[in-house]
Design a protein around this ligand. Structure first.
Ligand SMILES: [Zn+2]
Length: 409
C-alpha cells in the first residue's frame, strides 16, 4: 500500500496501523521510540496503534530495552506463535499443502502427484484430500490458522478466486477454488498466479529489499513471470501481466499449449524440453536416453534429462543449452521493456540446472539495449522447489498486514 494524499482519515489510520505492524514484524523486538523515529509517526499515534494491536493479539510485549536515562522502554514483537497459514500450491505435476508460520517456516507439508487433471473434479478432490490430510495431522489449534493462500498456473480471475483455463492443466476449466475452499474450511482464501506468488515470497520471506523492482522468472514445466513494483504485485488488466512464457520468440517455432507458435514456453520450458528430446530421439539422434524413450517413455522426464546431461549426454546437453539461450533472449526482451533492478529465477528448470541463470545473465548483458542491464542483479530464488508454495503463504500474509483488524482475532 502506498500513501496517497487524497485518503480520508480512516484510510490514513489503516495505513499507519499496517505500517507499525510491519515494522514490529520486521524489526521487533522494538520500542515505540524506535518506531517513531523510523516511521515519523507521533508517539501518541504509535501508543494508540500498539494498544489496538495488543488487543487483537497481533503483537506482544517482549521485555524492556535500554534506558536513555529514564525508565526502560517496553519492547514489542509480532505474536509469532499465534498465527499460521495454509499454503496450497497447484502445480502441473504435483499439488502441495503446507502449514506455514509468519516467519516463512514450514511446520507440516503434504504433496500429492497429479498426473491426470482430465476433469475439474479430479483437481478438486485432490485438493480436498491434501488439505484434509494436513489439517487432520496437525496438533495445532485450528483457530491459529488465519487463511488459505492458493497459487496456481494462470490465467486466473483473482477477484473471484477462479482458476480459468490454464494451458498446462489440460481439462481444468473455471474452477471456483476460493469459493469451494471457503465453504469447506471456513477460512479466508486468496488465489494468486504461481509466478506472482513466488515473486511476493521473495519480498516477505527472502532477502529482497522492499525498494527493489523485481522481475521473477518461474521456469518450470511452463514459464511464468511475476512483476513486483513498490512491494506490490503488478497485475495488469484482468491479471494478464507477466505472461513472459507466451512472448513470441520464433514466428516459425513449435506450437505452444496456448495455441500460438514459437512462444518462449514452447522453446525453453520443462514441457518443451521433454518434447524436444523425444522428437530428436524419434528422428534418430544418438542419446543415452534412447533406451528410456523406447522402453519406459513415461520415465523420460525433466529430471532424467538433466541427470543424463550432467553425465555427459550430448543430445540432452545441446538441447538444454539451446533452451537456456532462448530463455536469455526472452528475459532480455522483458528487461528492455521493464528495466527491473533485479531478476529472480525459480522453478524446476532452474533448480535442476542453475547454470541457466548465468547463461541468461550473459545474454542479457550482451544484448540488453541500455548500459543499465550491466547493473541488474540476477539471482536464484531463495526457496528452490517450494517457491510458489511459499508464495501461497505470502499472499495471505500480505492481506493480513494490510488489514490486521479484519483478519486477526
Ligand atoms: Zn504460448
Amino acid at each position: 500500500m502506498k500513501k496517497n494524499e487524497h485518503w480520508n482519515t480512516d484510510q490514513i489510520r489503516q495505513y499507519n496501523r499496517s505500517l507499525v505492524l510491519k515494522m514490529i514484524y520486521k524489526e521487533g523486538p522494538v520500542s515505540k521510540a524506535e518506531i517513531s523515529k523510523k516511521s515519523e509517526l507521533t508517539f501518541a499515534t504509535i501508543g494508540n496503534i500498539t494498544s489496538e494491536l495488543l488487543e487483537i493479539k497481533a503483537i506482544r510485549e517482549s521485555g524492556y530495552g535500554k534506558s536513555n536515562g529514564g525508565r526502560r522502554p517496553v519492547l514489542y514483537e509480532f505474536n509469532w506463535d499465534n498465527y499460521y497459514v495454509i499454503a496450497l500450491d497447484i502445480g502441473v505435476t504435483q499439488i502441495s499443502a503446507a502449514l506455514v508460520n509468519f516467519k516463512g517456516n514450514i511446520y507440516k507439508q503434504y504433496n500429492t502427484n497429479m498426473a491426470d487433471f482430465s476433469m475439474n473434479i479430479n483437481l478438486i478432490e485432490r485438493v480436498y484430500g491434501v488439505v484434509d490430510q494436513l489439517i487432520s495431522q496437525t496438533d495445532l489449534s485450528l483457530s491459529k490458522i488465519v487463511g488459505i493462500g492458493v497459487s496456481a498456473p494462470g490465467p486466473i480471475d483473482e477477484d473471484d478466486g477462479k482458476i480459468l483455463t490454464p494451458p498446462n492443466l489440460q481439462g481444468v476449466k473455471n474452477v471456483s477454488i476460493k469459493e469451494l475452499l471457503e465453504q469447506r474450511y471456513h477460512l479466508t482464501t486468496i488465489l494468486e498466479k504461481d509466478a506472482n506468488a513466488a515473486a511476493l515470497a521473495e519480498q516477505w520471506f527472502g532477502s529482497v529489499h522492499s525498494k527493489e523492482n523485481i522481475l521473477y522468472i518461474f521456469a518450470d514445466q511452463g514459464i511464468g513471470g511475476g512483476i513486483i513494483i513498490d512491494s506490490r504485485i503488478f497485475r495488469g488488466f484482468k491479471n494478464g501481466a507477466g505472461e513472459i512464457g507466451h512472448m513470441s520468440i520464433d514466428i516459425d517455432g513449435p506450437r505452444c499449449n496456448c495455441g500460438n507458435f514459437g512462444c518462449l514456453e514452447s522453446l525453453a520450458s520443462g514441457i518443451a524440453l521433454v518434447k524436444r528430446v523425444k522428437q530428436e530421439i524419434h528422428r534418430g539422434a544418438k542419446s543415452s536416453l534412447s533406451d528410456l524413450y523406447l522402453n519406459h517413455e513415461e520415465s523420460l522426464t525433466l529430471e532424467t534429462i538433466v541427470e543424463h546431461c550432467k553425465k555427459g549426454d550430448l543430445l540432452a546437453e545441446s538441447i538444454i543449452d539451446e533452451m537456456g539461450r532462448y530463455l536469455g533472449i526472452g528475459v532480455t526482451n522483458a528487461i528492455n521493456f521493464f528495466a527491473p533492478t533485479m531478476v529472480i529465477f525459480g522453478g524446476q528448470m532452474i533448480e535442476l540446472n542453475p547454470e541457466t541463470i548465468q547463461v541468461t545473465e550473459e545474454i542479457a548483458k550482451d544484448r540488453g539495449f541500455s548500459t543499465y542491464s550491466n547493473d541488474i542483479k540476477f539471482i536464484k530464488s531463495s526457496f528452490g522447489k517450494q517457491s510458489s508454495l511459499m508464495g501461497a503463504a505470502s499472499i495471505i500474509q500480505q492481506k493480513i498486514f494490510d488489514y490486521p483488524e479484519n483478519t486477526l482475532i
